[in-house]
Write a new protein. Sequence first.
Length: 180
Amino acid sequence: MAPVSTVVDGSVFTFPSGWQITKIDEWPEQKKLTSPPFHSKGCDLIAMDGDVLWLIEAKDYTYPGASAPDDLAEVVGVKAFHSLAVLHAVARWGSAPNQQFSEKALQCREARICLAVELPDGGRKLMALATPLAALSLKLRKITRRMNVHRPIVSNSHQPNGVPWTISRDPATRGRHLDR
């Protein structure tokens, strides 16, 4: 089996073979819930590796004029919570193939949340990113522990921080970024 790749927000995520990946934002069930009164917002990717469920939110703030909001950790927490709610609803009342994916996802013994965020680094890569990534990780940990997810990960293409996939720039959008 070959690795599985998908593009999100200008980044190419490449997962090891055997992983199951979906873009929950593209599910019809999720799209129905984005409007009033629910205003649901899902994570960019839901991934499964064995009995580990990953809720992955990808953000890229290296485009001209882009800046990370102060409440980014809260936004990610809400998206993870909404994604879990959609998985529950689709597992119970959905239809194939999203129903089967949701059922399997909810059988996972562990849930992990990852914010994959690209921040401007001024060309310094690791030196300029360590402090803001650590601060985001602490904020995200405070939020996700309410869902009993105690080890969220904040990563990017330069600092994977233990995630089992790789992230690289989409060659088609590489020139639109300010930092690299």
